[in-house]
Design a protein around this ligand. Structure first.
Ligand code: SF4
Ligand code: SF4
Length: 285
């Protein structure tokens, strides 16, 4: 079984457009949307929800009113301002456990709270695992790991040969969780100076983990000078620019219609993405 993650150093490069099109072009695969803070892949597929599972990734403190003697030590000790008297605000509580440590009456317990949900859905392109982290939750790396574990389990059970992962933007913990152990990373960038900067940062990450990395320059024709700079940078660093996709408003039209662009149109963008997919598959062998 092979795994490929589509990533970008930041949001807005068109990563999901590419990932959704790959999902439509691939065969015998499982789709894993690991952008758990802002999942949007499911908006481009007609999904049928099969399973929903609570994700308990962080802890919160709770007070046993019967044991509490109102000494005020917990309120003084909490650095997050989460305690007022002996009432704990679950939004502000970071689950650090200091209040439980200082409580003379053992009146404070830490319990796991629901931080989000993981879903298994069926799409016409195959099973998809996706998730949603609750607002203000920070355990996104753990939720990405849960999504990937479920995707692997389904792939094994159903004899599927590929896990296609739509990674989160950025280079933080959830991105690392979406990249570890994969066979290849496709980095989608755009021809802006920040695009080049973000590409450098994510390549540092993929090189650190020894992951074969390919680069796709999306909307390459909006600034050909910057595109050339990205190509030169990749050449200097031995990185293969596998595709340059032109700007085309049809991509936005496809998104509005809730379809992967390769299904919505047979124009140049779709043909280029199809060609890129063939080349990615060839490189993955
Ligand atoms: S667990 Fe930490 S953050 Fe939460 S109330 Fe206790 S001291 Fe404050
Ligand atoms: S430290 Fe314990 S006993 Fe004191 S106010 Fe907090 S919960 Fe109550």
């Amino acid at each position: 079984m092979k795994q490929i993650t589509v990533v970008s150093g930041k949001g807005g490069t068109g990563k999901t457009t590419i990932a959704a099109s790959f999902a439509a072009l691939a065969h015998n695969h499982v789709i894993a949307d690991c952008d758990v803070d802002a999942p949007d892949l499911h908006l481009l597929f007609e999904t049928c929800l099969k399973e929903k599972e609570e994700f308990r990734g962080s802890k919160e403190a709770v007070v046993d009113e019967e044991k509490c003697i109102d000494c005020g030590r917990c309120e003084k000790a909490c650095k997050f301002g989460a305690i007022d008297g002996h009432t704990i605000d679950p939004i502000l509580c970071e689950g650090c456990g200091v209040c439980a440590y200082v409580c003379p009456e053992n009146a404070i317990m830490l319990r796991k709270k629901i931080s989000g949900y993981a879903f298994i859905s069926e799409t016409k392109y195959g099973p998809m695992i996706h998730a949603m982290l609750n607002i203000a939750e920070e355990a996104s790396g753990k939720l990405v790991a849960l999504v990937r574990n479920k995707a692997r389990k389904i792939a094994e059970e159903q004899g599927r040969e590929l896990i296609l992962i739509d990674g989160p933007p950025g280079i933080g913990c959830p991105v690392i969780a979406s990249l570890t152990g994969v066979d290849m990373a496709l980095i989608v960038t755009e021809p802006t100076m920040s695009g080049l900067y973000d590409l450098e940062r994510i390549l540092e990450l993929t090189h650190y983990f020894g992951i074969v990395s390919l680069v796709c320059i999306n909307k390459y024709d909006i600034n050909k000078e910057n595109t050339n700079q990205i190509i030169e940078f990749c050449q200097r660093n031995g990185v293969n620019v596998i595709s340059k996709i032109p700007y085309d408003p049809i991509v936005t039209e496809a998104m509005v219609a809730g379809k992967p662009v390769v299904e919505f149109s047979d124009g140049k963008v779709s043909r280029d993405i199809g060609e890129m997919w063939d080349n990615v598959m060839y490189a993955l062998k």
